[in-house]
Design a protein around this ligand. Sequence first.
Ligand SMILES: Nc1ncnc2c1ncn2[C@@H]1O[C@H](COP(=O)(O)OP(=O)(O)OP(=O)(O)O)[C@@H](O)[C@H]1O
Length: 255
Amino acid sequence: MPPAPTPATSPLLELRQVHLRRGGSQVFAGLSLHLAEERIGLIGHNGAGKTSLLRLLCALEAPQGGQVLSQGQDLHVLPAGQLRAQRVGMMFQNPDDQIIFPTVQEELALGLQPQGLSRREALARARAFLAERGLADWAERAVGTLSQGQRQRLCWLALLLAGPRTLLLDEPYASLDLPGQARLADDIAACGRQVLVSTHVLGPVRDYPRVIWLHEGRVRGDGPGREVCAAYEAAVAAEVAHARSAARPELRAVA
Ligand SMILES: Nc1ncnc2c1ncn2[C@@H]1O[C@H](COP(=O)(O)OP(=O)(O)OP(=O)(O)O)[C@@H](O)[C@H]1O
């Protein structure tokens, strides 16, 4: 049965009272979020739940309670494959968790399959896409010969070419050099899709209209990027100062 039409007011993505356990950890206990903005940053310490949230939003993880909605429809009851692929796609923190095929052009062509292209058409589109970016010589390269940062760039290009409505990026800046970070930020700015970026590199999300700060599975900050990033940095500075003075009590006496 085709999915029911959705009200125009439904946010692109929404979590309603989501409970998630992974292994022995209770990651979320009743998390609710409306994710309607076109650019959303996700920040927070290691283990805060950023990756878990992105995995829920592309149905790689199913909640034990609550709902994950895409334009008002439960993402977990939508047919997998074409429909889901057109709605949300994820770029993994580790490119090796994402890349399947041996060559760059095959990897890019994979994302075009749900659009109904033949293998030959998909490969031709992938080569043209690379050529437009001055990367024609990547087409037949073995993925294993790319550096970590280049593999991360390939994952981004694959997601961009597949073109789902929402792109979920998990630590996309982690392995990129400074020019690569600037290029990715420019690509994101130009891509015309909803983008959620989980990152420890705050610069690229500082000007986003919305940044969500997760802390131990709860929202500790949610608002304009400048404000939330500044609050997070202040909290980190205070934590570091506290940890240092706890480790070196003599410094407290001097201060
Ligand atoms: N496969 C798993 N099995 C069990 N627990 C997990 C698993 N993956 C994550 N967790 C736990 O879930 C919690 C949230 O982890 P998550 O990876 O979502 O955090 P994160 O904010 O993305 O962290 P990082 O910044 O280190 O990538 C952590 O306590 C983590 O130990």
